[in-house]
Design a protein around this ligand. Sequence first.
Ligand code: S3P
Length: 441
Amino acid sequence: MTAQHELRFDLTPGGTLGGCLTVPGDKSISHRAVMLSAIADGASEISGFLEGADSLATLRAFRQLGVEIEGPEQGRVRVHGVGLHGLQPAAAPLEMGNSGTSMRLLTGLLSGQSFATELVGDASLSKRPMGRVVEPLSTMGARITASAQGTAPLLIQPAGEGLRGIEYALPVASAQVKSSLLLAGLYAQGETCVIEPVPTRDHTERMLQAFGCQVQQQGTRRCLSGGQRLSGAPIAVPGDISSAAFFLVGASIATGSDLTLTGVGINPTRTGVISILQAMGANIELLNPRDQGGEPVADLRVRAAELTGIRIPLDQVPLAIDEFPALFIAAACAQGETLLQGAEELRVKESDRIQTMADGLQALGIEAEPLPDGLRIQGGVLQGGSVDSHGDHRVAMSFAIAALRAREAIEVRNCDNVNTSFPHFATLAAAAGLGIVERYD
Ligand code: S3P
């Protein structure tokens, strides 16, 4: 057996972030771009595609399902859509790696096919709850087998009688569940309606419309009629605000920083991180706002500021759901206490982000009290130390930027999965001013 080398970040304490940088393409939009292009009629040209392991897992899956895809080459992908009913059976199980979005959205889309598919994932993904998509899809008539714990691997067999539309009130706020049902709804008889408890990211709805599909939207209710065909369209993927978040926090906490992030997606269902940081006193300006293929984008200028701890408003939680690891670092550097509640979903992300972040913050000398549904953090002085990211990309990048305000060096272990969402993070962060070196142990 060959020795496994694990990526570690070694970080020098202190530093300032400056200049202008472009973060990679949005992960959520990259997944959806490949999925919708694949089942559209005609070819679609995607630019700004995220060449991270997660979105590449989606791309590879559609190749296995018989779709011809050129690229990616510097973020350019050309997908030759096969139409709503043109997918072919895959010769082997589809490997989703670490990607919850690939697995949950594909489960919906593949429920409507006339052939069986098996979806598998890595150790982390194989622990994450899939019942949240399997149950409503089964009500639509889908035939899906999960493990006894409701986890992957998932075997999706053709729905005997075909899928039928349902009306479903989501018990948890989840864009993945919403999207999975809407994708299944394309293959269902009649209308499929999903009602969210609170708004979540709406990239699926926006892109379906950009592909000519009608989605009725009323408050948090989304409905579509089955059988609608999609027409291939160009998609320019904006920069990922979830990747920008590390720099928004880093430049806020590092004295003297002045950094501009160009072309970042500012879809209002994703901008919780900006609102929360601004409420803490951050200096973030939205410059040059524009529309990019149905998604709003802007350049974000962020300068260092004194932050103050806050009680995070409940309505911001789903709008910042992936940015809490980074926001917890901001809280550690803020004056006073920050309290997050209503975020139990963080326990079932790529890691249990309440526990992994509390453990890491404590290892660095910060008072952090995990709660069942959140975290209480007392702002203080970050010391140095060694932190385990538990293979969670966003935890790893958050502790990397924490070094900007640490007294001593920080080592972050288990960083290989940074590549799922942010390839070349270390290179880009180093160019902006972070003292980061990658090592393989
Ligand atoms: C995503 C939705 C969110 C988010 C994930 C990406 C998506 O998950 O955490 O990183 O692309 O739809 P949930 O739907 O489980 O909240």
